[in-house]
Design a protein around this ligand. Sequence first.
Ligand code: IMP
Length: 203
Amino acid sequence: MGDARRLARGDRLVVATHNAGKLREIGELLAPFGIEAVSAGALGLPEPEETGETFAENATIKARAAATAANLPALADDSGFCIAALRGGPGVRTADAAMLPDGSRDYGVGMARVRANLGEPENTAAWFVCALALAWPDGRVDVFEGRVDGTWVWPPRGERGFGFDPMFLPEGGSETFGEMDPEAKHAISHRARAFALFKAKAL
Ligand code: IMP
């Protein structure tokens, strides 16, 4: 992996995601740095298959595919919701847990499915993980990983955020990620923590 190269103000960076929630959050995190974020969707880039077994592997696959196809640096996020009683699941398969037969995703359905698999475990520990991979057109990649710990709650609470946010209560907090002000989520989230590492090395 070696030393990360840096991005400069005015550089174009492909955000290699087709997930609107992630795109919005990454766009908000990048905005103060003068980096022009272009989404993979807007460039018409295909979505590669996520065949990795870890968040870091999947982020690398997505970032590399976008950087090569667009001939620009690319940043990919692979993230997910992990539950101790499910041995870290749904984890890298979080998006699949919300998949409907027509290929679309419904996170209300996804949360209910995950809850149904849980039973009544004593251990309610849960965490989110985010791996951010920054790939360059020459194939070099740097990966930055962040995590936030807490518990899962049922029923889900709040309409903010996206994905599994309403089911996650961060450690020491009283509001779920679905109830929190976006700024409060950005102060502690897995994505913000991964982004802080990315920022220190690449911005
Ligand atoms: P993937 O990284 O595209 O495979 O999908 C990750 C999935 O994890 C998303 O579709 C969300 O359901 C979930 N996820 C990742 N980050 C967050 C978050 O910040 N809040 C809520 N759900 C998240």
